[in-house]
Design a protein around this ligand. Structure first.
Ligand code: NAD
Length: 247
């Protein structure tokens, strides 16, 4: 894969799956803009790690759920890098509870970050990609967006929403040489899943046909393929990266 002189925006690129995606693309020559929330140190550390690949890297503190703030950052990335070739909508959060205990704000916040955040980023890059008549959009769904999960009604709904968003935008942009796809990871070892109890982790791992927890790199490999020239005829697709968990 060759991403020389191409620029990727990776939301949630400061750690976990997003950082692995950013590293994979940078190793193949891409310039990288990461968007994240939280501690600036995390973004600066990620930037340092990414710079070892020798391409241009910038980090931007930006809440993707904020329509105006995300527009401002997209415009800044375009001016800092001269354009965007790949948009990776990876930022995501959980607020796991049974619906019985789920507040309105638990539902709204997860939808705002996971689903509206992806819409915001697509909206703000849409015309840019159309003018270039090329581009790659890859969003991170989840297998729970396909099969659901007790305790994750908000999260599963947001991830199922990503699939509808992906397929619709894929239809809108296919004629312009722009592909729009999603990956649906299963159980991947990151901060998000490390927060689970050992009991839940053990029981999830026991259900994985591949007999191991996935790594962020497992997901990054598939995202990089979807960004490549080789994947030019793949659009509106959702690829599970789950060791067979949701077969
Ligand atoms: P993580 O918690 O390790 O990292 C989340 C990243 O998203 C961080 O960089 C954080 O700063 C960023 N982020 C959170 N809220 C944001 C916001 N409002 N605006 C901008 N950035 C924001 O999570 P992870 O496990 O690496 O997950 C990455 C993506 O993969 C998420 O969308 C998650 O839902 C999805 N996913 C993860 C798993 C898994 O098992 N870890 C499985 C399926 C899907």
């Amino acid at each position: 894969m060759d991403f020389d002189n191409k620029t990727a925006v990776v939301t949630g690129g400061s750690r976990g799956i997003g950082l692995a995606i950013a590293k994979k693309l940078a190793a193949a020559g891409a310039n990288i803009a990461i968007l994240y929330v939280g501690e600036e140190n995390e973004g600066l550390t990620a930037k340092n790690e990414l710079e070892q690949y020798g391409t241009k890297v910038e980090q931007y503190l930006c809440n993707v759920a904020d329509f105006a703030a995300s527009k401002e950052v997209v415009d800044k990335v375009i001016s800092d890098f001269g354009g965007i070739d790949m948009l990776i909508n990876n930022a995501g959060i959980t607020r796991d509870k049974l619906v019985l205990n789920m507040d309105e704000s638990d539902f709204d916040t997860v939808i705002a970050v996971n689903l509206k955040g992806a819409f915001n980023m697509i909206k703000h890059t849409y015309k840019h990609f159309m003018k270039k008549r090329s581009g790659r959009i890859v969003s991170t769904s989840s297998i729970v967006g396909l099969i659901g999960n007790a305790g994750q009604a908000n999260y599963s709904a947001s991830k199922a929403g990503i699939i509808g968003l992906t397929k619709s935008v894929a239809r809108e942009l296919a004629g312009r040489g722009i592909t729009v796809n999603a990956v649906a990871p299963g159980y991947i070892g990151t901060d998000m899943t490390n927060a689970l109890s050992d009991k839940i982790k053990d029981s999830m791992q026991a259900q994985i046909p591949a007999k191991r927890i996935g790594t962020p790199e497992d997901v990054a490999n598939v995202v990089a393929f979807l960004c490549s020239d080789e994947a030019a005829y793949v659009t509106g697709e959702v690829i599970r990266v789950d060791g067979g968990l949701a077969i």
